[in-house]
Design a protein around this ligand. Sequence first.
Ligand SMILES: *Cc1c(COP(=O)(O)O)cnc(C)c1O
Length: 461
Amino acid sequence: MTAPEFGQVPTDVLRQWDNDHVWHPFTPMLGWIDERAPIIVRGERFDLIDADGRRYLDGISSLWCNVHGHAVPAIDSAVSEQLLKVSHSTLLGLASEPSIRLARALVERAPEGLTKVFFSDSGATAVEVALKMAYQYHRQKPEGPEDRDTFLCVGNAYHGDTLGTVSVGGIDLFHRCYKHLLFATLTTPSPVATRVPTDHTRESWLAFCFEEVGRLIRAHQSRIVGVVMEPIVQGAAGILVHPPGFLRHVRQLCTEYDIPLIADEVAVGFGRTGTLFACEQESVSPDFLCLAKGISGGYLPVAATLTTNRIYSAFLGDPSEGRTFFHGHTYTGNALGCAAAMASLQLFEDNRVLENIQVTSMRIDERLAVLRDHPHVGEVRKKGLMIGIELVRDRDGLIPYDAKLRLGHQVTLAARKRGVILRPLGDVVVLMPAPAMPVDLVDRLCGVAIESIGEATMDVP
Ligand SMILES: *Cc1c(COP(=O)(O)O)cnc(C)c1O
């Protein structure tokens, strides 16, 4: 006899087991139990299908990672073919064909100078690896060792949920509980003028942000291990879009003071902002490029930290010198994941995905224009296919709603009734269509978002 877990299970039983056993990430679990969220059993193109057969448009690319849709034949067969050969073999002491091919393909596409690829399995590990490499680099560099001890971060940054990445993050709600476990960092303000300190205008605030990063770097140059930032768009902070030139400005400062720049492209990489990598938009080559989310087309947990020959060389030496990078994860360079990633890169070319983004991104601009006069929309922030619509009680004063109302969540529920999956960041409604989503579906996504915002904000005092 088969145990019940392995046979056919009715939806209500699955739901009971979910409530009994599954602890969901970033989720207030008491509310979850009543919410009856869809239980996804299948994906088809840009839809997700639940255990009751209901279909939903995936409006957030399955938390920002899906690129070409679900159950994509080309990726499915690449993974199946790899599955018939071998699913996983270690990169500790062995090499593997899929990881070699992927490393080569990434280096060919990445900004100039990034020639070395260290694989891991999530965005947090990709950034954690960069932090540790940069830290160790200063202790081993040929110009002479330095025990640099701090990172320069951007306000409201998000780089993942491991303790190292939480240390360089700045989202108070996620991080404050752990503050005694974290290492100290320097923080430069996020160059965003939605709300500015009372003694500033928008222009003077942005000018201050540009100056402040330079001031901090000059004041602490001999202590700074690296500057860590999300290029162009800070995702989890609420889709905050930096003004043009900020990334380039930071790159110039890092070059001038010889401090490594760590670009976290976990969210913005793989087409999200309109180019394959966001750094391209300001012709910037970082010293570390952290990739995850979209790297495998959103199929499998693959991540990579790319760096330069210069950084890499500092780790070379006789094994007895202990210059080795002592870091690795069991599933580093997983063969199935690398096969999915290669197929995804091929589809970018075959389906001209970057060109599709130009079309869909423009359509989103047109569709969301009506929200600019909405009494409860404080701001529509957008870059490429990253969109944040901030809901406020009062538009003119940008007065937020009472957090207890969970307005962003109410919009999610309204959208779900209309067959669209969304996931907000607080009261910021996020639209994150897959880069390959065709324009008619992007149109529908925008329509449902507008209706759902209307419904959720209609009767709120
Ligand atoms: C999502 C995200 C991460 C963390 O990635 P995980 O795979 O969830 O660990 C890191 N940095 C940025 C910018 C992200 O958006």
